[in-house]
Design a protein around this ligand. Structure first.
Ligand SMILES: Cc1cc2nc3c(=O)[nH]c(=O)nc-3n(C[C@H](O)[C@H](O)[C@H](O)COP(=O)(O)OP(=O)(O)OC[C@H]3O[C@@H](n4cnc5c(N)ncnc54)[C@H](O)[C@@H]3O)c2cc1C
Ligand code: FES
Length: 363
């Protein structure tokens, strides 16, 4: 091999990833995370946010080298870092690697599909939330509460940027698994939402991958407390509609919806249908944080967390909670529900983390 070849030879673009002493072996490219590679091959690798914000994809790097895409020190303890714990969603292989992780008991019921989707409809729901409806080339069945990764089309501003968005509707057995819809809030200065709100048009196509995440309804017959903030209503509405298809709607449910003003409440007809079709007891509680004092609003005002205690007039030690929305709202609700007696293990949450949240956490 000439000197030129030796100097400019590109390394392999794929490496072997050995999991739990050879229990599983897979190939991962240098441009994908260990988590992406594992999910693509159907492994039940623990994860949720896939952006380095929740810590659920922690695993131990036994040997080999990875490129870490984000600072993990704000999420992992000094002891974990010392023990070579890494975030699989933020680690790309740079050599063959061996990792240890506790895989989940069952794989996702729905394998990850990489395909393209066409925008069928893009309608405003409020001044800063749109309803995006896509038709995917390949069917993408998913569990209610899961999300998909959407990519800005290559030729557009911010082309190639990928972001997670939660499905706003469940897959139905008889439904069309090629239709997917999302509630997306505009984030000022944000790459994906800048494209979606200012450039995207009906008929455009974009890459989509999914389903991802483990924010899904858990079995049980106990009462359920749902809290949604802003576009966080998407997976909550999907879960409620999914519950109607099975036995979950026999359970008692509380649905808190936090928004700024009446104009920021949306999907009310859908929520009304859910309430009418719910088999058990259900209570819908909208809470407005910035509704003008002199308006005719007769509902609750303030932050959702301020009302959980007074509204949930039942023992919470045996209830489940599903929380979704901006990270500060989710964190505050976890603290409040725990203080009210709900065991932390019964609280599931999905934080809509964005780059600013991650930068703040890492600072
Ligand atoms: C599991 C999951 C599900 C989600 N589901 C939904 C959903 O259903 N609906 C929804 O609306 N959102 C959802 N989100 C949030 C979504 O993925 C995006 O993060 C959000 O839409 C913002 O994307 P963006 O590309 O527009 O903004 P980004 O480009 O990510 O930027 C976000 C903000 O950070 C700033 N910023 C960019 N880079 C930096 C940096 N390096 N340092 C500091 N600040 C920076 C930007 O100026 C902007 O203000 C979800 C997130 C997760 C993790
Ligand atoms: S930190 Fe990796 S999935 Fe959340």
């Amino acid at each position: 091999m000439s000197l030129f070849e030796r100097l400019f030879r590109r390394g392999p673009s794929e490496f072997a990833v050995q999991i739990n002493g050879g229990e599983h072996t897979l190939r991962a490219s240098t441009s994908e995370s260990l988590l992406q590679a594992a999910l693509k091959q159907g492994l039940p690798f623990p994860h949720n946010c896939r952006v380095g914000g929740c810590g659920e994809c922690k695993c131990r790097l036994v040997s080999g080298q990875v490129k870490e895409l984000t600072d993990k020190s704000y999420l992992l303890s000094a002891q974990e870092i010392q023990s070579n714990v890494i975030l699989a969603c933020q680690s790309q292989p740079r050599s063959d690697v061996v990792i240890e992780v506790t895989l989940q008991a069952q794989g996702s019921a729905h394998p990850v599909v990489d395909t393209r989707a066409r925008i069928v409809s893009l309608q405003p729901l409020t001044h800063d939330i749109v309803h995006l409806v896509l038709q995917t080339e390949l069917a993408m069945p998913h569990a209610a509460g899961q999300c998909a990764e959407l990519t800005v089309p290559a030729q557009s501003p911010h082309g190639g940027e990928r972001r997670s968005y939660s499905f706003a509707s469940p897959s139905t057995p008889e439904g069309d698994a090629q239709m997917a819809d999302f509630y997306i809030r505009k984030v000022p200065g944000g790459a994906f939402t800048e494209w979606l709100f200012n450039h995207a048009q009906v008929g455009d196509t974009l890459p989509i991958s999914g389903p991802h995440g483990q924010f899904t309804l858990r079995p049980g017959s106990q009462a359920m407390v749902f809290v949604a903030g802003g576009s966080g209503l998407a997976p909550i509405k999907a879960m409620l509609e999914d519950a109607l298809q099975g036995t979950h709607s026999a359970r008692t449910a509380w649905v808190f919806f936090g928004a700024r003003t009446q104009a920021d409440l949306y999907a009310l007809p859908e929520l009304d249908t859910i309430q009418r079709q719910w088999a058990g007891r259900i209570r819908f509680v909208p809470v407005l944080s910035a509704e003008p004092e002199d308006s005719a609003w007769a509902g609750l005002r303030g932050l959702v967390t301020e009302h959980l205690g007074s509204q949930l007039n039942m023992p919470l030690s045996d209830a489940q909670a599903y929380l979704c929305g901006p990270p500060p709202m989710v964190d505050a609700c976890v603290a409040e529900l725990t203080a009210l007696g709900m065991p932390p293990a019964s609280i599931l949450s999905d934080k809509f983390l964005n780059k600013a949240d991650l930068a703040r956490a890492a600072a």
